[in-house]
Write a protein that binds this ligand. Sequence first.
Ligand code: SF4
Ligand code: SF4
Length: 137
Amino acid sequence: MTIIDKAAKALKAAGDNCGRNSDRPRIHDEFRCRRCGACCRIKDGIVRVSDTEIARIADFLGMTEAEFIDRETEVAPDRHGLILKSRPDGACEWLSDDNLCRINPVKPDKCRTFPLEWVNSDSFKVCPGLGQSTDSR
Ligand code: SF4
Ligand code: SF4
């Protein structure tokens, strides 16, 4: 069974195809993060940042909120709010060469909760840790 097949099966069992999955113990049980950084390299992916997250990250970096907004964010494609900047290849600017998040202690909630608090069918295409019963590390 392919990862996509597993995704379809898991989502069907979960009852819908998107949204939060905190009530999906099977997905939780089978998840093992491989620290591949793929979730931080999603082409055309965006990470929105709220005012609270901006304040938190700016404080961690020793910057003012205005400095952080000016240097590290841009307006979202839909013009609703701000997103973290990406590199030309689509990777988040905060992803290190060894696939670690350089702002991990204060990273946005979207990053912190992926893939265990929210999931959709694309999550399984992106994340090799979903639907795995063994850890490669
Ligand atoms: S903030 Fe960190 S966890 Fe979120 S996309 Fe960027 S590198 Fe990945
Ligand atoms: S894509 Fe999945 S396995 Fe890879 S770093 Fe992100 S959460 Fe971990």
